[in-house]
Write a protein that binds this ligand. Structure first.
Ligand SMILES: C[S@@+](CC[C@H](N)C(=O)[O-])C[C@H]1O[C@@H](n2cnc3c(N)ncnc32)[C@H](O)[C@@H]1O
Length: 247
């Protein structure tokens, strides 16, 4: 019971005159089972066979989705926002276990947002789909008030970290007691993440090796040194930092 990918469209081997062939699209199936490995449900994802940001299920997403499933009691009935959701596996699992979910990604990438809507329909799940670019304060962000914010593999481009933290801090402030749960590759940039966490007045509530809670049947296709962190607001300084940055 691992992940399975089936090609569903694409034009590789098609018209030879095509100068820039569309990436092959595939349907991947992701299984979620209880402790006795009894299948609870599966989620289908439309993704590109080529690794493309926002249109590919990255390992961090598989790990965060499994964590959501294992922590499902926390998610049932909670308001959840996924940032940089891409193919949206963690958010879809949250919706499946009863959360009220808003899936978001860069507002300048309509192809990613369209794919999110297609994937929701495919799984018969009702989620809000929203263009939300980190560090940009569109009106829609003011009414989100999430209890749980999710972000899988959103720390990959250091130049975007500050904007991401600004958005996360804003959302945490808008909903007292809320938490940001993220999975990320523990690369050299993680010192920068720790520095920015302190700068934005956040604290780490939990830090796990991403593979420590993964069932063995899911681990084979995954690689990397992936961590899962739960961050929350630490002190009032976050408020001061935010107000000086947003203006
Ligand atoms: C490495 S992909 C991870 C996608 C998905 N969470 C996963 O793990 O499969 C990073 C995601 O962040 C989104 N992203 C990058 N920069 C962004 C920005 N400035 N604002 C909002 N989303 C952004 C990308 O479009 C992409 O979907």
């Amino acid at each position: 019971m691992g992940e399975r990918r089936n090609n569903i469209e694409g034009n590789a081997g098609g018209d030879e005159k095509e100068l820039s062939p569309k990436p092959m699209t595939t349907l991947s199936l992701h299984y979620f089972a209880d402790e006795s490995e009894k299948l609870a449900f599966s989620i289908s994802i439309i993704e590109n066979i080529e690794e493309e940001y926002g249109l590919y299920v990255w390992p961090c997403s598989v790990i965060l989705a499994e964590y959501v499933w294992q922590q499902r009691l926390r998610f049932s009935g909670a308001s959840v926002v996924e940032l940089g959701a891409g193919t949206s596996l963690p958010g879809l699992v949250a919706a499946k276990v009863g959360a009220d979910v808003t899936l978001t990604d860069n507002a300048t990438r309509p192809e990613v947002l369209d794919n999110m809507s297609r994937v929701c329909d495919l799984n018969k799940l009702k989620c809000n789909v929203l263009g939300l670019t980190w560090g940009i304060w569109d009106a829609s962000i003011f009414s989100l008030n999430p209890k749980i914010i999710l972000g899988a593999d959103v720390f990959y481009e250091a130049s975007a970290f500050d904007d991401l933290f600004a958005t996360v801090t804003f959302l945490l402030q808008s909903s007292p007691g809320s938490v940001f749960i993220t999975t990320y590759h523990n690369r050299s940039g993680h010192h920068l993440i720790e520095f920015l966490m302190v700068k934005w007045g956040l604290k780490c509530m939990k830090l796990l090796d991403g593979f420590s809670f993964m069932p063995s049947y899911k681990v084979s296709g995954l690689s990397g040194n992936i961590q899962l962190a739960e961050l929350a607001l630490d002190r009032k300084s976050a408020e001061e930092t935010l107000s000086s940055s947003v203006t």
